[in-house]
Design a protein around this ligand. Sequence first.
Ligand SMILES: [Zn+2]
Length: 194
Amino acid sequence: MKCPNCGGQNPNYRRKCQYCGTYLDRPALSSAVESLRNQLLAMSLSSEDLYTVCFALGIDWHELEQDLDEAGLTDMLARMLDNHGRIDEASHFLHDFRFPQGYPPLATPYADNVWLTYVFACQNVTTAEQLAKLCEEAELGDAHNLPGQSLPHKLREVFRVAQRHDRMVPVYEWLAKLEPQQGLQRSRRRRQRR
Ligand SMILES: [Zn+2]
């Protein structure tokens, strides 16, 4: 998509030109993209929820412009997924999607699965002190500077920084040292029942 003001090339999903900020006339949504957008809208997601969905899909949520409302962000995300050729995949993915709080307690982090490791982190990192300790141990900078509204949102940012700086191994190792209270209690109860 070419900017009418400066002539810069922008991806099709962009609302404003990344070079000069001019509003762009985006193409109309195809029916497949529109139905994915409607699927997302039906989930009534907050902007933080949308960023979490992006994270789960392995998409950089910082690409979404910050000045949009939830409907605008949803529209943008559907366009971004279209741009990546992932409409069908995302549609199936969303049918089964659960936020971290929807999972049963996990017993361990998953070294080969960033999303489930994140879910484990959300379940077991419950204080600002723990978050600060995680950042310190993995050398990820000051936890006080993390954006986001709550611990899960701040953890999402921690994971992003760790991925970017190739620091997932220390994150995983620190998390693996946590003792998941609920997960252990569950299996013990199950054993007693037999
Ligand atoms: Zn421009």
